[in-house]
Design a protein around this ligand. Structure first.
Ligand code: NI
Length: 391
């Protein structure tokens, strides 16, 4: 452990908690993080040595240049809240009905702000450059990461890091995984096309409801019968709509669903199988389908060497027990867009506390973040960045 850094983190802990509470109470949903961005920029501009820029309408980038040649490294925090109303009753609960930091992004932003202060204070000991990416709109595809990348925010960056607090691990643990970490999140839309008519004269119709029902059941066979059992995917049909009256066979109905995968070949196969099965069922009965499959966020794949380097920092800083190997995570992440530009590592930071009753899952109106996890995450981020930029 770097004793001096640890002491600085302890001294900054109160500010870190206060910053996080400010962000929490001023929750703003994706692409509308105006006040959040303005406040973050105001805090960043107070830090000696940082250059603050706003390459996108919301979101901000703070650059710390040491003036000495060296690696260019980025650390990203997402800053957006979810479109839901908070029910925690906390004194610092969201003041904005319909917007709640129920995924912990307020914590991510406060942690990165704290890390920026710590790194700026250490810049005489460092070389190269750090970019602190305060990214808007992680929750809503196409997401803010792609916009930041398109705006050049990570041009020249050689390594990119990120973190997410998680309610599935206790405070003090860091979930580490080399290779694929989060799933690709795709959407499909099937229009089942039949021939509408009178409910009493089905022989003159092609009933898209009956065809659609068969498709819903048959698609579940993709996961159980088509996919290699050693591979994983999720296929959920979440919206079924159609029809206008009890006695009219509709002309068409809509089926909409989501697919999650961890491998590009599996992703492409599932897409193909959905279309083949749905079209085959429809055509066998005189109908047809229109099919659309849209890619959402891709896979977050952690670089093996950077994973090991980050795990070593966690072990040195918090002890070997803090590194907890984890499996792939289903929630998607638009951090994948940064990884299209350079290698990186994304860690899951434990922030649940059963003793304090802080166990509600993310995206729940009762979600809470264990604030004791905040300084741990800040110390991790600062120690990791310092280790990559050591003179
Ligand atoms: Ni999140």
């Amino acid at each position: 452990m770097n004793e001096l850094l640890h002491k600085k983190v302890q001294d900054a802990a109160q500010t870190l908690v206060a910053d996080r509470r400010w962000l929490h109470s001023h929750a703003e949903i994706s692409f509308q993080e105006k006040e959040t961005t303005a406040w973050l920029c105001a805090q960043l501009e107070k830090i000696d040595g940082l250059t603050v820029s706003r390459p996108t309408a919301t979101g901000a980038v703070a650059t710390l240049s040491t003036g000495r040649p060296g690696p260019v490294v980025a650390f990203r925090a997402d800053i957006d809240a979810l479109a839901m109303t908070e029910a925690t009753g906390l004194p610092y609960a969201s003041q904005n009905p319909g917007a709640m930091h129920a995924c912990g992004h307020d914590g991510h932003a406060a942690v990165l702000l704290s890390a920026a202060r710590l790194l700026a204070g250490m810049r005489d000991e460092l070389r190269g450059e750090v970019r602190f990416l305060f990214q808007h709109a992680e929750e809503v595809p196409p997401g803010g990461a792609a916009q930041l990348v398109a705006a050049g925010a990570v041009d020249g960056v050689e390594e990119v890091y990120g973190l997410h607090f998680t309610s599935s691990m206790p405070t003090g643990s860091f979930g580490v995984r080399s290779g694929v970490l989060t799933s690709a999140t795709d959407r499909f839309d099937i229009t089942v096309k039949g021939k509408g008519g009178h409910s009493a004269i089905p022989q003159e119709c092609v009933d898209p409801v009956v065809i659609g029902a068969q498709i819903v059941l048959a698609l579940q066979g993709i996961i159980s019968r088509k996919l290699n059992p050693c591979e994983v995917a999720v296929l959920s049909i979440c919206q079924v709509s159609g029809g206008s009256a009890y006695n009219i066979i509709p002309h068409t109905i809509q089926l909409t669903g989501s697919v999650r995968t961890f491998d590009q070949t599996v992703r492409e196969n599932v897409e193909r199988w959905i279309e083949e099965i749905a079209r085959g069922i429809a055509q066998a009965q005189g109908g047809d389908i229109d099919f659309a499959y849209s890619y959402g966020y891709g896979f977050v794949v952690n670089d093996p060497a950077l994973t090991e380097a980050a795990a070593a920092v966690i072990r040195e800083t918090f002890g070997p027990q803090a590194v907890v190997p984890i499996g792939p995570q289903m929630p998607g992440e638009d951090f994948c867009h940064f990884l299209e530009k350079c290698p990186g590592f994304f860690v899951e930071v434990g922030a649940a506390s059963p003793e304090k009753g802080i166990t509600a899952p993310h995206h729940n109106p009762l979600y809470q973040l264990d604030e004791d996890a905040l300084p741990l995450a800040a110390e991790y981020a600062a120690a990791l960045l310092a280790s990559r930029l050591k003179r």
